[in-house]
Design a protein around this ligand. Structure first.
Ligand code: ATP
Ligand code: MG
Length: 580
């Protein structure tokens, strides 16, 4: 009976997986095509991918592409995706990075279940694999130092030379390798190298280093080891141990694939297929942990999660919804050749997502006082305002209206040019959710700067419509002055002024000195007094704003996530016109 049930369940799972395979036929790209082909040829039963970050920095938008790809492929094909920390270099790695990486992947909405692995968990296994290669005379201990190894390696046009230590016997190699492990030599005195081919046209195959001596404590294994595997040696074998079926990595590892395959073939163990795709590059950004670390360490930004950073933690703090990042990654897809995507395209997905989700409020960034002269002194009323026209379930809220208001300074012109339809002397406009108002005078200071406007309102236009159907050409946002809340608003621009920072110059030379400005003059509707860190709002006609963790009961701090203007449409139009 139990046996039958198990058989039935297994059959059911296989049928479901086959259905998933068929369904995913809709989506095609070279990675999905390869996976489907491998499946049809019976090379694997259940897809198994992994995301393998090195815990030496925070994740950035480029990593998001790899995360989405690996986890979404697993979900699409009914498989699994592991999280594996590639922690083979103790000099640069820290557990703080491990925690931030886990937080960011969860934030994107992916889960690795209980499959959280570390390359350092396999140090003993990798050591045993290395012994196997030594036994097979496929690896040797070499005493050349790093410079000498480089000299012996040759160049793309010249073959390398064999190391004088290449012919060491298996016994001698076993002994020396054991001595290396026992800490008998200082850093750099010896390395273990694969014995492949010093004349190979692929430089990675010219006896690459597998182990180096580093007398350093590791964030997980402490002082247990003083020899550490190189990336090339650890990566494929870790994939194999985890029974990964498809090891997806970025293009720079294409030349390493013959080595990846060589190690697995020599060891004769489970052999995943490595597939490479092009890295994600974005305009006005750098996506290299080394560069990002420099920005943090030299205080050009306020930490890894500074909202100007291309890190996932920075984007979270900027107010980017995780779904927007996922939609963006899906839309750009995978390719075999490098390209750079416009930052405006990512922002397009951010706006799309926020437009659906963000509550609308009114906030005036550059306030100009308006006195409604026919509105009774000392009185006020509560008007109904819609929270989100895209989402009727979001309901309504009350906004107070009174005799003294603020409007945006840019919404008034004393002497308006032809196409300026907003407020001007003698002109009538609508105040959103409130009344029509008309400007009847302008107050100025001794230097001629406008200090306030004198206006009247039409009580018959309550809610924003005139009973006599007369029209106005503009609707302005506004805030009641005695009820307004003040805040610090951080306005961000791109961190780098150039489209491709670091391409023709030191990347630091194109840092944008105006990437952050703080506005503390703003006046916001009172409902914002209750705003909590993590909430996001659309200030009508102005943009999206995210309540920062730096907010306190005394002071609200908001980050501008994006303006409302979708620049992507303009770029797309330009691109299309240059194509045709
Ligand atoms: P960096 O160059 O920023 O140090 P890295 O490649 O060394 O990045 P890892 O932690 O090793 O960082 O990366 C983990 C995974 O993320 C790898 O599979 C890597 O190929 C992928 N990845 C890193 N950067 C990008 C990117 N810009 N686009 C797509 N995938 C990326
Ligand atoms: Mg790497």
């Amino acid at each position: 009976m139990v046996k039958n049930m198990i058989q039935f369940a297994t059959k059911y799972i296989l049928i479901c997986r086959k259905q998933l395979m068929d369904q995913s036929l809709e989506k095609t790209d070279f990675i999905r095509d390869t996976i489907k082909k491998d499946y049809r040829e019976g090379k694997f039963k259940k897809l198994h991918t992994r995301f393998p970050p090195e815990p030496n920095g925070y994740l950035h938008i480029g990593h998001a592409k790899a995360i989405c790809l690996n986890f979404e492929l697993a979900a699409e094909f009914g498989g699994q995706c592991n999280l594996r920390f590639d922690d083979t270099n103790p000099s640069k790695e820290e557990s703080a990075y491990v925690n931030s990486i886990k937080k960011d992947i969860h934030w994107l909405g992916f889960s690795w279940g209980n499959r959280e692995y570390y390359a350092s968990d396999y140090f003993q296994k990798l050591y045993d694999f290395a012994l196997d290669l030594i036994h097979k005379s496929k690896a040797y201990v070499c005493d050349l130092d790093a410079d000498q190894i480089r000299q012996y390696r040759g160049t793309l046009t010249q073959p390398g030379q064999d190391s004088p230590y290449r012919k060491r016997s298996v016994e001698e190699n076993l002994q020396l390798f054991e001595n290396m492990r026992q800490g008998k030599y200082p850093d750099g005195a010896k390395v273990l190298r694969a014995k492949i081919d010093m004349a190979s046209p692929n430089l990675n195959m010219r006896d690459p280093v597998m182990y180096r001596i580093m007398h350093q404590s590791h964030h997980r294994t402490g002082k247990q080891w003083c020899i550490y595997p190189t990336y090339d040696w650890a990566h494929g074998q870790s994939d194999s141990i985890e029974k990964i079926t498809h090891s997806i990595c970025t293009l720079e590892f294409e030349d390493h694939r013959p080595l990846y395959d060589w190690f697995l073939d020599q060891l004769d163990i489970h052999h995943p297929r490595q597939i490479e795709f092009a890295r994600l590059n974005l305009t006005h950004m750098v996506t290299s942990k080394r560069m990002l670390k420099t920005l943090v360490e030299q205080n050009y930004v306020h930490g890894w999660d500074d909202p100007r950073m291309p890190t996932l933690s920075g984007m979270r703090r900027r107010g980017y919804p995780p779904q927007a990042i996922r939609n963006f990654c899906q839309a750009i897809g995978v390719a075999k050749s490098e390209s750079t995507i416009e930052i405006e395209y990512l922002e397009h997905f951010v706006r799309q997502e926020l437009n659906r989700k963000a509550s609308r409020v009114m906030g005036v960034l550059d306030p100009l006082k308006v006195v409604i002269e026919n509105y009774p002194q000392g009185e006020s009323e509560q008007l109904d305002a819609v929270n989100n026209p895209e989402d009727p379930s979001a309901g309504k809220r009350k906004v107070p209206f009174s005799r003294v208001l603020y409007i945006e300074r840019g919404d008034f012109m004393e002497d308006p040019p032809k196409k300026f339809y907003r407020l001007a002397p003698g002109r009538e406009v609508r105040l959103r959710y409130a009344y029509f108002i008309k400007c009847i005078g302008v107050e100025k200071d001794s230097r001629g700067n406008i200090t306030s406007l004198r206006c009247t309102y039409d009580p018959a236009t309550k809610g924003g419509d005139a009973p006599d159907r007369r029209k106005v050409k503009a609707t302005l946002h506004w805030v009641s002055a005695p009820h307004a809340v003040n805040a610090d608003i951080r306005i961000y621009d791109t961190l780098f002024s150039r489209q491709g920072p670091g391409q023709d110059e030191d990347f630091m030379d194109s840092l944008n000195p105006q990437s952050l400005t703080v506005n503390n003059r703003c006046q916001l509707e009172p409902s914002l007094a209750a705003a909590k860190p993590g909430q996001i709002f659309q200030f009508e006609r102005v943009g999206y704003f995210y309540v920062d963790d730096d907010s306190s009961d005394q002071r609200l701090v908001l980050n501008r996530t994006a303006t409302l203007k979708d620049q992507w449409a303009r770029i797309k139009k330009r691109k299309n016109s240059t194509k045709s």
